[in-house]
Design a protein around this ligand. Structure first.
Ligand code: F6P
Length: 546
């Protein structure tokens, strides 16, 4: 472990921000805009194909200056440099954190323990490309000679959310003769409903698991294998219909998949950062290797922007600092991500793992309990659907919920006036949130006095607007990397390890202890608390009746 850093709360910029927040608490966005005609220009920036307008935030130039100073004093630059240099910044697992190497060009060189990882990355990408091309062209067929028409990814968490989100996001670019499906839940319904809809002769299963020990994935993989053998009447079919994506060759072999049919990655790729690795195989089959590489290209562009741009013109840093401002100084508990694009409907779910598994930590790098707020709750839905569900709370509720609105200038499905209507709503929502409608304005419209409070919008509700040209593979890559580095920025300032996830262990351990108790023939001696014991007994009683 390195020398413990001081708590961020002791840094001069943090102390100054605490005082500054008291002054800014009562300042209205209406006033900030009225006082400064150049505000939109001052607080917006374009880089790597993303235009970010952050002017509708409760910040001034002084706020931003202090936040940038905080990033500097907290050692963001050093930590960022250490990540890109392949240093073991995941200290609790003693690992480098190098998802940026997964999208580095062939010409790059990144050393981990003296070993250049870039050639290995491209070797796997090349193998994936050859395999994806063979599936797409029909050169590779199933046990009975049929082309693959269904690709089922069996994985969970980072081995599911990334490719599932991206396959949905880039559906426009996908081969429509190949049906991509994702089974993650150990709830048998997930697999059963998928199997019901597919033809075993033309199905390729990708068992995707970094560790290859994840209970849900192995349970699904075993059931899928049994189904395939049963339907095709031969255990030999498994070799043609199953491939593995993992870092654990031993377990892959033990499961019965030849390592020739395994696509590897490395322990320096965190699950939630693994889409650009072999974990993206299902996506590559769907959109083709060339477009997959465009996605990587977009990610690399954002990596380079993050690595080189000064903090006050660095999109991930700006987003991270603004999020931290609300989280640590203005009391926000969550933030909403609102993509105005149906293709991005799984993006909020993807960001939930990225952000909450990374920064949902309660101790700092030295193991000291933190005295400040760390990662927020992330949630969201695509617009305009969300407007008819939870936007009421955003506009008139009592909670402060900063929002990221993500939209595109051009639609991939231009249909009559749909896109202009969509985008009119997109712009209208941030305007309404920021500026609201005062009681005087409501009353002047002739609204009955008793209804005026109900129809008043306080405004002063913050948002960022991210505007991109078109949802291309490169644009998606830039967006993903933007949020990855935003999360990194915040984790660095909070002085926490954004790259481990010990918090998921306890539940897994307890489940493995409970599982045999549920199925034991004779009544087991239960040694849990009285609530858990009673619930298990009730389940056992009901299970026997079925
Ligand atoms: O339980 C959480 C987790 O470890 C995630 O971090 C990870 O993405 C997911 O499980 C799946 O893990 P694996 O890819 O090893 O199956």
């Amino acid at each position: 472990m390195t020398e413990p850093r001081p708590s961020p709360t002791t840094l001069p910029a943090w102390i100054a921000l605490t005082e500054h927040a008291e002054r800014l608490r009562t300042v209205e966005l209406r006033t900030l805009f009225a006082e400064d005609p150049g505000r939109a220009e001052r607080f917006s920036h374009e880089a790597a194909g993303i235009f970010l307008d952050y002017s509708k935030n409760r910040i001034t130039s002084e706020t931003l200056g202090l936040l940038v100073a905080l990033a500097e004093q907290a050692g963001l630059r050093e930590r960022l440099t250490a990540m890109f240099a392949g240093e073991p910044i995941n200290e609790t697992e003693k690992r480098a954190v190098l998802h940026v190497a997964l999208r580095a060009p062939r010409s790059a060189s990144i050393l981990v323990g003296g070993d250049d990882v870039v050639p290995k990355v491209h070797e796997v990408l090349d193998r994936m490309s050859a395999f994806a091309d063979a599936v797409r062209s029909g050169a590779l067929v199933g046990h009975t000679g049929k082309r693959f028409r269904h690709v089922v990814n069996l994985g969970i968490g980072g081995s599911d959310l990334g490719p599932a989100m991206a396959c949905q996001a880039l559906r426009h670019y996908s081969d429509r003769t190949i049906d991509s499906r994702f089974v993650s839940n150990v709830d048998g319904t997930d697999l059963a409903e998928t199997l019901r809809a597919i033809d075993p002769e033309s199905t390729l299963f990708i068992v995707c698991s970094k560790t290859f020990t994840t209970l849900e994935t192995l349970e699904n993989a075993k059931s899928a294998r049994a189904w395939l053998v049963d339907r095709l009447g031969s255990a030999e079919a498994v070799a043609r219909h199953f491939v593995a994506v993992s870092t654990n060759a031993e377990e892959v072999k033990r499961f019965g998949i030849d390592t020739e049919r395994m696509f590897g990655f490395w322990d320096w790729v965190g699950g939630r950062y693994s889409l650009p690795s072999a974990v993206g195989l299902s996506l590559m089959i769907a959109i083709g290797p060339a477009r997959f590489r465009e996605l990587l290209g977009g990610m690399h562009e954002m990596d380079e922007h993050f690595r080189t741009a000064p903090f006050d013109r660095n999109l991930p840093v700006i987003l991270g600092l603004i999020g931290l401002w609300y989280n640590d100084f203005l009391g926000a508990e969550s933030y909403a991500v609102l993509p105005y694009d149906q293709y991005l409907s799984r993006f909020p779910a993807y960001l939930q793992q990225l952000d909450m598994e990374s920064n949902g930590k309660g101790v700092d790098l030295a193991g000291r309990r933190v005295t400040y707020q760390t990662g927020p709750v992330v949630w969201g839905e695509p617009g305009t659907n969300g407007q008819h569900a939870f936007f009421q709370l955003l506009h008139q509720g009592t909670k402060l919920v900063p929002c990221d609105f993500i939209g595109f200038v051009r639609s991939l499905n231009p249909l009559g006036s749909h896109h202009d209507q969509l985008m009119a709503n997109f712009f209208a929502q941030t305007e309404a949130l920021a500026f609201g409608k005062s009681a005087e304005e409501v009353a002047s419209e002739g609204v009955a006095a008793e209804l005026v409070p109900h129809r008043t919008f306080t405004g002063n509700r913050p948002s960022n607007t991210l505007l991109l040209d078109e949802l291309t593979p490169a644009a998606l890559g830039r967006l993903i990397a933007l949020y990855e580095h935003k999360v990194f920025t915040q984790g660095a300032i909070w002085n926490i390890n954004s790259f481990d996830q010990w918090g998921v262990e306890l539940g897994k351990k307890l489940a493995s202890r409970i599982a045999p108790e549920l199925t034991a023939e004779t009544e087991p001696e239960l040694r849990h608390d009285s609530s858990t014991n009673a619930l298990i007994r009730r389940y056992r009683a009901g299970r026997r009746r079925s």
